[in-house]
Design a protein around this ligand. Sequence first.
Ligand SMILES: [Zn+2]
Length: 128
Amino acid sequence: MTEISDWIYRISRYRLIGSKCVECGEVAYPPRLTCYKCGGKMADYQLPRRGKILYYTVVKSLPERYNRYGAYPVAIVELEDGTRIFGLLTDVDNPEKGMEVEAVLRKLYTYGEHGKIIYGVKFRPVLG
Ligand SMILES: [Zn+2]
């Protein structure tokens, strides 16, 4: 990946920006240039930051760079507009189906000899 496309990719991950098809309205995340359903053009689309857990599981066999977590809950989250995305959960001991969650920016992992920190969106329970 070039630096610019890497940067754009990171921006979309930080801000939860997907794309929406101008022809059929299909939503994609991460964003795409063309619709995988109808081949139409896609435009930037701000996904809602809140949703609920549809399904979740706890991953115990993690890639090396995530190892400091030991085990990690992941979920399919249905956002307020009905878009379903895959995401890591955070700040939660006992995830449940239907739990209200919101997207927050968190450290994902570090890599390289200088410990470059990679951030991304995770979902945490909505408080109150
Ligand atoms: Zn389409």
